[in-house]
Write a protein that binds this ligand. Structure first.
Ligand SMILES: Cc1cc2nc3c(=O)[nH]c(=O)nc-3n(C[C@H](O)[C@H](O)[C@H](O)COP(=O)(O)OP(=O)(O)OC[C@H]3O[C@@H](n4cnc5c(N)ncnc54)[C@H](O)[C@@H]3O)c2cc1C
Length: 347
């Protein structure tokens, strides 16, 4: 019989589970129901016990590794903690969110336990045999993976499951002791980029896609790149949206040697589409963007899509967006940011 363990960790507060961890809990509950196996959840973090009440009504066995040594992500302590959780649970299937904290250690922990690991898993199913699904070739081919090796570590992509939201209640927790190796790394803290500097935000509700139109000649015959920059950064700051870019716009940055004015904060990491990424967000807003790639491929996993374009005949926006505003994005975004500004001032 399989034994399922969901590995979770707390967020920066030290006492609340991350959203991606709660998504993994949902995946674990669904799988344990499907294969009729009890579930164990392991929590890692400074105050792991404090997070347990949010999992009370899962009915799962709850394990925790808690304490100062686990306040910050560090390979040696996190790997030792997760190894101890897996051994205590005697897990044959280990589900974990593909967070930076767990992606760093999961392969190492799997190796220590003689297991195997798969990443970018988007769904799990099965009754007698467990099947994990992931996408290949820029989200065009969906593969179903089965494995005999155990323990099988399954890293779940964020945004693929609903975050578990149970009624908080007192719950029993088993604290797992960890024999720490010599710790050579001292974590002094995080240096986080300013909100304006960090434009890729996988957890954002909204993906804001900028197209090359932002740097094209506008009806007055001039380009307005400085204004475009100011507007895009202002909207990102006010809305907390993640920034995606069409390839044409990102390429302008790479080819900037031709004295072309560019948006300095864009890199190819922002690029979405066939040769870019296909992020998962609840909503998407594309602006000044005509291309097939962003609309047909890059937006594949965006639930609700809107576009602002001057081109009323653009087949891609018309075909792929739920709502299209035929309008000047400079004007629309000025107004939207002003509304967001006044809402922020009022709250
Ligand atoms: C092998 C290959 C791979 C590719 N991969 C990708 C990929 O991964 N991702 C990707 O994005 N592209 C990719 N492309 C390129 C893609 O085919 C398009 O050329 C590109 O996406 C077009 O970018 P764009 O819509 O930003 O620019 P444009 O086609 O130049 O469109 C700009 C739009 O902005 C509008 N506009 C201008 N001013 C305003 C304004 N004030 N308000 C509102 N609208 C305005 C214009 O009307 C126009 O519709 C790839 C191409 C190839 C050949």
């Amino acid at each position: 019989m399989e034994t399922i363990l969901v590995l979770t960790h707390v967020d920066d507060s030290g006492a609340t589970l991350t959203k991606a961890s709660l998504e993994a809990v949902t995946a674990g509950l669904e799988l344990s129901r499907q294969i009729s196996t009890p579930l164990t959840i392991g929590i890692l973090g400074l105050n792991a016990e404090s997070a347990v009440s949010s999992l009370a009504d899962t009915g799962a066995r709850l394990l925790a590794v808690s304490g100062e040594a686990f306040a910050q992500a560090r390979y040696a302590s996190d790997a030792a903690a997760c190894e101890a959780l897996c051994r205590t649970a005697q897990a044959s299937i280990v589900l974990a969110p593909a967070s930076a904290r767990f992606m760093r250690i999961a392969a190492g922990v799997s190796h220590r336990l003689g297991g195997c690991i798969d990443t970018h898993i988007t769904s799990l199913s099965g009754t007698s045999t467990i099947e994990a699904t992931r996408w290949f070739y820029r989200q065009r081919i969906e593969a179903v993976i089965r494995r005999d090796a155990r323990p099988w570590f399954v890293m779940l992509d964020a945004g693929t499951h609903a975050a578990y939201a149970g009624v908080p209640a007192p719950a029993q927790i088993e604290l797992v002791a960890v024999k720490l190796p010599a710790l050579r790394t001292i974590v002094e803290g995080y240096r986080v980029p300013l909100l304006d500097a960090q434009t890729i935000r996988p957890d954002a509700h909204l993906l804001f896609v900028a197209g090359a139109g932002w740097t094209k000649k506008q009806p007055d015959g001039q380009v307005h790149v400085a204004e475009a920059s100011r507007q895009i950064l202002s909207f990102l700051r006010l809305s907390g949206a993640s920034l995606g870019s069409s390839k044409s716009l990102a390429d302008q940055k790479a080819e900037g040697g031709e004295d072309q004015p560019v948006l300095s904060f864009l890199t190819h990491l922002n690029q979405i589409g066939q040769t870019g990424s296909t992020p998962r967000h609840a909503k998407g807003l594309s602006t000044c963007c005509h291309g097939e790639e962003p609309h047909a491929v890059g937006w594949r996993f965006i639930a609700e899509r809107r576009a602002i374009s001057l081109d009323a005949n653009c087949g891609w926006t018309r075909g792929k967006a739920d709502v299209v505003y035929i309008a000047d994005a400079f004007q629309v975004m000025t107004r939207v940011s002003a509304l967001l500004e006044s809402r922020a001032a009022g709250s």
